[in-house]
Design a protein around this ligand. Structure first.
Ligand SMILES: Cc1cc2nc3c(=O)[nH]c(=O)nc-3n(C[C@H](O)[C@H](O)[C@H](O)COP(=O)(O)OP(=O)(O)OC[C@H]3O[C@@H](n4cnc5c(N)ncnc54)[C@H](O)[C@@H]3O)c2cc1C
Length: 377
């Protein structure tokens, strides 16, 4: 489309800020309504695989991400003591680095600054309270009292997406997988120069991810009942009990944790919006449309791919509805494949029974999946 569009993005997280930057750089008028009062995120790390880094390069923030994080090329599979069993070089996409670990707050700051520098307006502590799509445009009312008319409204408002609820009620509510992720930030062990996946028996895996030169995070997934919450007085001891079979870097990392509040506990849920991701000129993207389990470290990568591909589809199509059709046709197969494979890996790694369809998917394996994901999105 030749003329600049007016786009409202609901949610200034990883996907929303990437879209804001990509669209504002193309000359579109962009506003972001974000519930938080500043660019921020949970204080743990995130893995940016090569496809996410490729998007970061396309929106002009790759160097900042690498400077704030810790880039690596090799995934190491290790025994419970940290002794390497296999070193698997990770693919690179079109010259982008293979992977980067980065603190989530640093990534939020980089993406937020880029969106503002590109010309996007951010409305913090703001949410959508009214929406009327008359077919030629959308009138949206925000909680700060403002209202405006938009060519497109994008819900990048996360797994709990209020915009999804507004469109579909609780038809596509997040579904708890029965597993939860324990994470804690610790000093980086000198041997951890890329992601290390240490295994103790069938059901216990620990992931060590460098985030900066000085910090790494330890993550582990366990089956937990839906109403379980770590004891605020001894969450670090509960994590240590679950990882009792490990020595070496994992045990050293656990020994460094003396504050129970340092442990971040997240129940793992997933969401699939089975019907179309758009209704008229309102579209859901990222976790709001297809949140997956974290086992391929691809949720945010899919969100930023969604964002860049949507910006390109709006360039190429003759109208907003046509752009949304072509965008979804391109994004749905890849995002749902990631979701299905991530779920299958979770079940395999945790010893849960897998279905024949999941067994078929798992034949790709993690190295095979990494190669597919390094292909054009
Ligand atoms: C344990 C765990 C580990 C993970 N590790 C990785 C990893 O290593 N690599 C990876 O690629 N992915 C990972 N993910 C997935 C990744 O975090 C998500 O897929 C990604 O953040 C989705 O981006 P998004 O923009 O769709 O949503 P989000 O990043 O969640 O952003 C949503 C935004 O919407 C805002 N919002 C919510 N409600 C409202 C409202 N009412 N009004 C206005 N704004 C609102 C929120 O404040 C937030 O800023 C992990 C997920 C989990 C649970």
């Amino acid at each position: 489309m030749a003329s600049p569009l007016r786009v409202l993005i609901h949610g200034g997280g990883i996907g929303g800020l990437t879209l804001a930057t990509a669209l504002a750089r193309r000359g579109h008028t962009v506003e972001v309504a974000e519930l938080r009062d500043r660019f921020d995120a949970l204080g743990v790390g995130i893995i940016q695989p090569t496809n996410a880094l490729h998007v970061m390069r396309e929106i002009g923030v790759l160097d900042e991400c690498l400077a704030a994080g810790f880039a690596w090329e090799v995934l190491t599979i290790a025994d419970p003591s940290g002794k390497p069993l296999a070193r698997i070089p990770q693919p690179r996409m079109d010259g982008a680095p293979a992977g980067n670990g980065i603190p989530r707050p640093a990534l939020a700051g980089i993406l937020g600054d880029a969106a503002v520098a590109a010309g996007a307006k951010i409305r913090f502590a703001t949410t959508l309270i009214g929406l009327d799509d008359d077919g030629t445009g959308v009138t949206a009312t925000l909680s700060d009292g403002s209202s405006g008319r938009w060519d497109l409204v994008v819900g990048f408002d996360g797994i709990g997406s209020p915009l999804r609820t507004r469109l579909h009620g609780d038809r596509y509510a997040p579904e708890y997988t029965g597993f939860a992720n324990w994470r804690v930030t610790v000093p980086r062990h000198p041997d951890v120069r890329g992601v290390v996946m240490a295994t103790a028996g069938r059901d216990a895996k620990a992931l060590l991810t460098p985030m900066t030169d000085g910090l790494m995070y330890l993550g582990a997934v366990f089956a937990e009942s839906e109403d379980f919450r770590p004891d605020p007085e001894r969450a670090h001891e509960e994590l240590a009990e679950r990882l009792a079979g490990f020595s070496g870097p994992v045990a050293e990392a656990l020994a460094a944790v003396t504050d129970p509040s340092a442990v971040v506990y997240s129940r793992i849920s997933q969401v699939t919006v089975g019907g179309p991701w758009h209704a008229g000129r309102v579209v859901l993207a990222g976790d709001a449309a297809h949140a997956s389990t974290p086992h391929l470290a691809q949720g945010a990568a899919m969100a930023v791919e969604d964002a860049l591909v949507l910006a390109g589809a709006l360039d190429a199509a003759a109208s907003v509805p046509e752009a949304l059709e072509s965008w979804e046709a391109r994004r749905r197969p890849r995002a749902l494949w990631v979701q299905a494979l991530s779920r299958a890996v979770l079940r395999q790694e945790t010893g849960a029974p897998t279905t024949p369809e999941e067994d078929e998917l798992l034949k790709t394996g993690i190295p095979g999946a990494a190669r597919v994901l390094a292909e054009p999105y």
